[in-house]
Design a protein around this ligand. Structure first.
Ligand SMILES: [Zn+2]
Length: 501
């Protein structure tokens, strides 16, 4: 018995104009064969979970390829072609295979295809045939399409947001696959699409209405009524045909799987207007920062420019507002992606002062340059280690520099990654705990590593590619009716629950 393992990851933002190339994947690191197994060993990510469950079950496997890229604009078709060519070659060289265990993001769009992950699952199904066991792990923000449901035996997504269960998700999918391969358990999978999206900054799995719903699902699982569940909240900046959120429930009893799936989908539909963030204006945040004597930072969440959500990271609106409000005396940490400014800092040299233009170099639709005279504090190669979830993993942000305007320290980077992790600032000499105000360009991920050091969280919407103002984005492809654009109160959950197994 033998299983092929492969990973393709990227969260696409349809509204980010910066496309993602095969070269972007190479920069992140493409690994194949045994190097793939070795690269993830001991790191708590999906592929490690997949390999671990296979090893525990005593099932042979062949690692084919691991391809990851930072969230961003749509991928080029060359990325999919490279993955599938490697998988085909692995099948030719090491097949036949009894199954394929995959790790996919689930919200990946290319310039050719709206459903790249569906293409992968279908492509692998065609290669391995109808009897093969195909499972995949996904992000909670995946678009689980009918094609994925039809072609995968089991689908498991993160059960946490902020995401901290990467390894566990891979392990769950792999374990279900192993049990099916070994004939140990017969599970059924139920799937129900729910036509809605929500701003990713507006909810977590630990709080509020969404948290309460997930807690109920957790209890059903803990009580042994079902084998697995995922509430997929499609990442809301994905403009695709057949797009939407979904609930997936896996159970040994077909009726039970369908009933729990319908129940969760109904609740999900009913809480749709309780999942938006409370927004603040820059002036209110500056005022609060000035009055902040807690000894802990206020976290200013500039989520719309989050690289994790595929935005360009090049917005400087908050800096502009602080300069306009004469607020350079407030100890503040800011971050912006701007390659020309990084180069200028390197030319200027540590300790020297120069005129910079910050921001507006990548997404001209929402960002513009802000002129500022700043002193170069430090220069770096831009590699840093994560401190929060996936602790120890190295991320690359090109070259970077810390430049200062009064009490404001600005981390200027060539690229962005894992923007919700404290390691991003700390590694470059900016200790978040020492500031009154710290900007985080993330949606919800930051709670996992900033949770213990923050005094307050204030959300601002700077109108970039990951804005919470979904109704004003130029969506064209989503199926209708669809929330928040239309009334979906007549959507019939019961009629949309499908089962297989
Ligand atoms: Zn996600």
């Amino acid at each position: 018995m033998k299983v092929l393992v492969a990973e393709l990851s990227q969260e696409s933002n349809s509204f980010c104009p910066v496309l993602t190339t095969l070269e972007d994947y190479r920069r992140y690191g493409i690994v194949t064969g045994n190097a793939y197994r070795q690269a993830v060993k001991g790191i708590r990510i999906e592929s490690e979970g997949i390999f671990t469950a296979l090893e525990e079950a005593g099932i042979d496997y062949v690692p084919a390829i691991r391809m990851r890229a930072q969230a961003g604009g749509k991928i080029l078709p060359e990325v999919y072609d490279h993955l599938m060519e490697t998988i085909r070659e692995t099948v030719r060289a090491s097949g036949p295979f009894d199954g394929a265990f995959l790790s996919l993001h689930g919200a990946t769009q290319s310039t050719l295809s709206d459903d790249v992950c569906g293409d992968v699952v279908c492509g692998v199904r065609e290669l391995l045939g109808p009897k093969a066991v195909i499972v995949s792990s996904f992000d909670l923000h995946a678009n689980i399409t009918r094609r994925i449901f039809d072609n995968a035996d089991f689908v498991c997504g993160y059960q946490t947001y902020p995401h901290i269960d990467f390894y566990e998700t891979g392990y769950r999918a792999s374990k279900l696959g192993c049990e099916k391969l070994l004939g140990k358990k017969h599970n059924y999978m139920a799937w129900c699409p729910v036509p809605l999206i929500e701003p990713a900054s507006g909810y977590t799995t630990e709080t509020g209405a969404f948290g309460a719903m997930v807690a109920r699902a957790r209890k059903t699982l803990a009580d042994g009524e079902i084998s697995d569940y995922t509430v997929f909240n499609m990442q809301p900046w994905l403009d695709v045909k057949a797009g939407g959120s979904a609930v997936v429930v896996i159970a040994e009893d077909r009726q039970k799987a369908a009933a729990v799936c319908a129940d969760l989908a109904e609740e999900y539909k009913s809480i749709r207007n309780l999942m938006s963030p409370k927004l603040f204006k820059a002036d209110d945040i500056i005022k609060a920062a000035r009055a902040n004597t807690s000894g802990k930072p206020i976290i200013l969440v500039d989520f719309s420019d989050s690289a994790n959500a595929g935005a360009a990271g090049d917005n400087s609106n908050v800096l502009e507002a602080m300069l306009g409000a004469d607020a350079t005396d407030i100890p503040t940490a800011l971050i912006v992606t701007d390659t020309p400014a990084v180069m200028k800092a390197f030319e200027t040299g540590v300790g020297n002062t120069a005129d910079f233009r910050l921001g507006g170099t990548r997404d001209h639709r929402c960002s513009h340059p802000v002129a500022v005279r700043a002193t170069v504090r430090s220069l770096h190669d831009g590699d840093f280690r994560l401190e929060g979830p996936s602790r120890g993993l190295v991320r690359h942000i090109g070259k970077c520099a810390v430049i200062s305007v009064g009490q404001i320290d600005i981390l200027v980077t060539q690229a962005m990654a894992s923007t919700g992790d404290t390691g991003l600032y700390r590694h470059f000499g900016i200790e978040p705990a020492f500031y009154k105000l710290v900007m985080v360009k993330a949606n919800t991920s930051f709670y996992a590593s900033y949770g213990s050091i923050l005094s307050e969280v204030m959300f601002i919407d700077t109108g970039c590619a990951a804005t919470a103002d979904l109704v004003h984005l130029p969506f064209e492809r989503l199926p209708r009716p669809f929330y928040p654009f239309d009334d979906i109160s007549s959507f019939d959950v019961e009629a949309n629950v499908f089962t297989k197994g």
